[in-house]
Design a protein around this ligand. Structure first.
Ligand SMILES: NC(=O)c1ccc[n+]([C@@H]2O[C@H](COP(=O)([O-])OP(=O)(O)OC[C@H]3O[C@@H](n4cnc5c(N)ncnc54)[C@H](O)[C@@H]3O)[C@@H](O)[C@H]2O)c1
Ligand SMILES: [Zn+2]
Length: 358
């Protein structure tokens, strides 16, 4: 078996392969299991199902595209499919799709017979740098996103950037928002590389995409290895997300795509870092703005062109209902410079007020 590109230690480890989907390798992994079944996003299955080769003969369950699959009804249908396919705890469930599919498939695998092996063939940029890696799984409730879930580490993740060729432009750009987050957290070298690759990335250049996936996935693997249950350093991955979640909540989920809200959230997080005196690299806000623009991403609230635009107090209320810290106020990840993040930082409502009206 070829060596994985990255690995989260464990017994067995959670291995990640970045590059062309290696079917013999995947088939080899399935042979360690008594049965195999596939859970696929129906849009992706129509576009790419043939790439599964001999695995296409396995029992297959297609789920509605994207977020639509993350509810109790779809979870029940997926569990029924596992039962009908006679899966056991020694079986393997393979998901094909983006983060929504790996979230549903991962949770299904965590729950069915108290846990069977899952592998993700991840077909979005968000999936490849983030969602499919690290074992967090979830579905949504009417009262909020990702409220029901479990930690269930995938045995294997396959990130083949050729899948991204059919990804709608907005989805690619949303993924690039997360890639920028990863570069800011990774450090100066990653940030410089991303700045150099910006034009190639929006053209869908494979080499540039693969570099971005290796960088983003590398960060996620490193952080999850150190802090699998998000008690500390894993919180860094929420950079820009307290702002982004609040923007999504205030505008109604789905109005501003998550990764696009993250782009604005990153700029707000840097502005907050500056106003709180944490930022030591004063060139960073302008660099970030230029990078976001080069990637076709908004660098300010105004660029989102929201109508109606939520007020700063709506935003604060949404944050207060999101993840509150020990002090009962929303907490933020702020940056001193590239690769120098700090988590669990509380900031005052007045600061959020100023940032929102910048
Ligand atoms: N578990 C985690 O750690 C984690 C991390 C980040 C995000 N997430 C979750 O991931 C979800 C978002 O996932 P996503 O951004 O990967 O998108 P997605 O899975 O929601 O898919 C978005 C759209 O792209 C389509 N699509 C997927 N791959 C395609 C391809 N190759 N070609 C054409 N169309 C394709 C889908 O059918 C869908 O319409 C959210 O539910 C979020 O909560 C989870
Ligand atoms: Zn995100």
């Amino acid at each position: 078996m070829s060596r994985p590109t990255l690995s989260i230690p464990g017994d067995p480890p959670s291995d990640l392969w970045v590059g062309d989907l290696d079917l013999p390798l995947l088939t080899g992994l399935t042979q360690e299991h008594d049965r195999v079944a596939v859970l696929a996003d129906q849009t992706v299955y129509q576009l790419h199902g043939a790439l599964l080769g001999p695995l296409a003969d396995s029992p297959t369950h297609q789920v509605p595209p994207g977020e639509e699959c993350k509810d109790f009804k779809q979870l029940e249908a997926a569990l029924n499919f596992c039962a009908a396919s006679k899966l056991s705890r020694r079986s393997m469930l393979i998901t094909l799709g983006g983060g929504a599919t790996s979230d549903l498939g991962g949770l299904t695998a965590a729950l069915f017979k108290r846990g069977l092996t899952v592998a993700h063939i991840t077909t979005t940029l968000v999936g490849q740098v983030d969602a499919a890696i690290g074992g967090k799984t979830a579905i949504d409730m009417v009262t909020g996103k990702n409220l029901v879930g479990a930690f269930h580490m995938p045995r294997a993740v396959f990130a083949d950037v050729r899948f991204l060729e059919t990804l709608p432009d907005t989805e690619l750009r949303a993924g690039l928002g997360e890639v920028v987050k990863c570069a800011l957290l990774q450090g100066e070298q990653a940030l410089q590389q991303l700045e150099q690759d910006a034009a190639a990335l929006i053209e869908g250049d494979r080499d540039a995409l693969e570099r971005a996936v290796r960088m983003g996935a590398g960060l996620k693997v490193e952080v999850v290895t150190e802090d699998p249950r998000e008690n500390g350093r894993r919180k860094l991955l929420n950079l820009g997300h307290t702002f982004a979640h609040a923007i999504e909540t205030c505008t109604g989920h789905g109005t501003v795509p998550h990764g696009i809200a993250v782009a604005v959230g990153l700029k707000m997080a840097l502005d907050a870092s500056q106003s709180q005196g944490i930022l030591t690299d004063q060139t960073l806000p302008l660099r970030l703005e230029q990078l976001l623009l080069a990637l076709g991403l908004p660098a300010s609230v105004a660029a989102l062109d929201l109508d109606p635009c939520p007020s700063a107090s709506d935003l604060w209320q949404a944050m207060a209902h999101d993840k509150k810290g020990a002090v009962g106020r929303p907490e933020f990840v702020l940056l001193a410079g590239p690769g120098a993040g700090q988590w669990d930082i509380a900031i005052e409502e007045s600061v959020v007020n100023e940032l929102w009206n910048l």
